[in-house]
Design a protein around this ligand. Sequence first.
Ligand SMILES: [Zn+2]
Length: 429
Amino acid sequence: MIIRNVRILGGEPADIRIQDGLIAEIGPALQGDGDVVDGGGVIALPGLVDLHTHLREPGREDAETVRTGTQSAARGGYTAVHAMANTSPVADTAGVVEQVWRLGREFAHCDVQPVGAVTVGLDGRQLAELGAMADSAAGVRVFSDDGKCVSDAVLMRRALEYVKAFDGVIAQHAQEPRLTEGAQMNEGVISGRLGLTGWPAVAEEAIIARDCLLAAHVGSRLHVCHVSTAGSVEILRWAKSHGWNITAEVTPHHLLLTDDLVEESPAGAYNPIYKVNPPLRTRADVAALRAALADGTIDVVATDHAPHPVEDKETEWSAAAMGMIGLETALSVVQEAMVDTGLLDWAAVADRMSAAPARIGRLSGHGRPLEAGAPANLTLYDPAPRTEVDPSAFASKSRNTPYAGMTLPGRVVATFLRGKPTVLEGKLV
Ligand SMILES: [Zn+2]
């Protein structure tokens, strides 16, 4: 197959020849047999890799399945996702991670790499079978109780020590539980005005500071999920200045949206579409997160794609589930927040959304530069069109997007997984 006339990382136009699932050749006016895809001058990026996806299977197939979640991922330009462990049953044994891994091999539109739970049942009391999950067919390297924080410092230390043996990483959902009991939205002026229980920045920052120190103490790898405050950025900058093995991610929604949407938005006040964990923060936080992603203090954009059925989301604020879907809008939101603002170029986007997450997750077949010999995992993206987000067009089973009706730039034109198109002309193959 030959893909004609694409601009790799936004550079000069070139053709890409794909053979046996690999990039065989890159250059001008390539010759060869087989199918031809006309790229029409759009941008070619390495296939995106998500470190933080909730596929909901097993247990909540009414919200998402491996099939629909990975279809959603492919439409967003992803060729691999890490499937979070807070399923039902929890992915805390070799059996469950292998089940998710097998579902991925059978039904997925992109590669599915299961994340293992840190503690049994995510209950924060007893370490799960980390070694058995690492040794399983799923080859787990990322462990997380995401949705919950590993708040016990002794348990967190043991987990960090344990995963060193197989080059694993603990991905922490940093939320001090006592400081966030009943918390509903960012603690600040607006939570005070709306009478909603506040979620203080310090609840995130205290855990990040503690975990950076623990990771340094035991010499292990720590990854911080969905960083949301300016203070967290300062702590990470300090920790990284010591050379500690710490990485961090930010979600697209924390790069674009702010807590004042809870008070006033086109969707009305108290609309639970904006209820998310960690909560949307202030404009100052958003500015700090953007700067941190630009300077590399934050390594990765991860979606925290969190599908919920309508009945769990369209209810009163305090009863509504936390989370928003994000796979199909991630690249557009990153373009809006980071590229069109001049903070990142396309090469840096490829780093934050493909190379860095693949490296942290130890996915050797993903995140490679687009060059001869690399697996043909790539995304064709047209940054030019601006269109209104239409959730009814999503492949996800859920519709809880905060961007419905918003106009965002860009469109994923095609996605290729080991040379096979999963999306062509914006549509699933
Ligand atoms: Zn989380």
